[in-house]
Design a protein around this ligand. Structure first.
Ligand SMILES: [Zn+2]
Length: 404
């Protein structure tokens, strides 16, 4: 018995006193035309890289990557992730990496290519380099990969042992991406504030408080600079916004770790991926990108806070976001997301997945019913309505954080 007690005590101590943080990549190289300068750092990690990218992306950015492909010290093999960051691709890529005897993985592309590359490196215990080609997500930074089904439906995420060993942020590369990707990146990054303030706004832990405050700073930078950034791609404001969506958003995930998690906005995104997959013909619904769905999800989250909690500060925050979304072109409604023709049945399916028992939506400080979630999803553009606040019991909780 004493032994059993000791074991129990030890395991409790372990779980409360040891925590792992993957705060940042080993090194970040950023600037214009920086690929040539990064070759030396890649060689330090390995000499037989497997480059994982999307076929289309690689064709577009091949010229900028020439210094890497031409480097005599590197024996590069290319492979494509297709159809998604999914089990099928992962299996084929693990095989490709082994056949090439890869000693380092280089991911080139948007969130899905980078998530695939990071996960392959994690599974094979190899170093990984990320080269983002858009400002659409902070996947180049984080120690996390999202895994989807072949048709693009979100399945699960995997926490990785560390952030990438090297991140190469070449602004010229990022500038090759369509404007829509940076707009989506702004939506994904601004969600950090609305989700972190709910999941961790009352934390007493120094590092988590720091993460939440960084999320507030990130939101303010995006409010201030996004319009100017989108008007002049490659300009000063544009670079600062790319740093915000690719790097600072990653810092918050790294600092906040598991405790500074996503809440309803990403849960709604996850649900929506199950109804608007890749195949428009099959679903009859248009495809949208990650940050667009997340941006819509923030409005749904705020709408829930209004409807369920009677939180007037959430109403104000939603109106502020609706104005911002209009200015920069983020979706304000299901219709804007290309889901104007969604059926009640499809909407219910998305809501049910968002309400899965393991979903982060349950980090909201109140219970959400299927009917409430569906109602919130169809009313994201509702005008300020005093009736919403009639059944208000409390404006406590996250109220003060949402206000600013
Ligand atoms: Zn996201």
């Amino acid at each position: 018995m004493p032994n059993e007690f000791l074991t129990k005590k030890l395991s409790t101590q372990t779980s409360s006193s040891i925590s792992f943080l993957s705060v940042a990549p080993g090194k970040v190289i950023r600037g214009s035309q920086v690929v040539a300068a990064a070759v030396e750092d890649i060689v330090r990690l390995g000499k037989r890289p497997l480059v994982i990218a999307g076929k289309h992306t690689l064709a577009v950015v091949e010229k900028q990557l020439q210094p890497m492909f031409n480097a005599e010290s590197l024996n590069i093999h290319q492979a494509y992730y297709s159809p998604d960051c999914c089990e099928t691709s992962l299996q084929a890529l693990r095989k490709a990496a082994k056949e090439h005897q890869a000693d380092v993985i280089i991911g080139v592309g948007g969130g899905k290519a980078l998530d695939t590359a990071k996960l392959i490196a994690h599974q094979l215990d190899l170093p990984v380099v990320t080269v983002p080609t858009s400002g659409a997500t902070c996947a180049a930074w984080t120690a996390l990969s999202n895994v989807y089904a072949d048709d693009g439906a979100f399945l699960y995420d995997v926490g990785l042992s560390r952030c990438p060993d090297l991140l190469i942020l070449d602004y010229d590369l990022v500038q090759t991406a369509p404007k829509r990707t940076l707009v989506a990146g702004i939506g994904d990054a601004i969600a950090k504030w609305y989700e972190a303030s709910v999941s961790s706004g009352h934390s007493e832990q120094t590092i988590v408080i720091a993460a939440v405050q960084q999320a507030r700073v990130l939101r303010d930078i995006l409010f201030q600079k996004s319009v100017a950034a989108l008007q002049e791609p490659g300009g000063e404001a544009w670079q600062q916004v790319v740093d915000a969506t690719v790097l600072l958003a990653g810092v918050i995930g790294g600092l906040g770790g598991a405790q500074c998690r996503t809440v309803a906005a990403h849960a709604v995104h996850n649900g929506l991926t199950h109804i608007c997959g890749k195949d428009e013909l099959k679903t009859g619904l248009k495809k949208s990108i990650h940050g667009e769905k997340v941006a819509f999800g923030i409005l749904v989250q705020l709408r829930l806070e209004e409807m369920v909690q009677g939180n007037q500060l959430a109403t104000t925050a939603r109106q502020q976001l609706l104005k911002f979304y209009t200015e920069i072109g983020l979706p304000r409604s299901l219709d804007d997301l290309g889901l104007g023709d969604v059926t009640i049945k499809q909407l219910q399916k998305a809501a049910e997945i968002a309400l899965d028992p393991k979903s982060d939506i349950h980090r909201l400080p109140f219970k959400v019913s299927l009917e409430q979630l569906m109602a919130a999803m169809v009313s994201t553009t509702a005008p300020m309505d005093t009736k919403d606040t009639m059944n208000s019991f409390s404006v406590g909780g996250l109220g003060d954080e949402v206000e600013e």
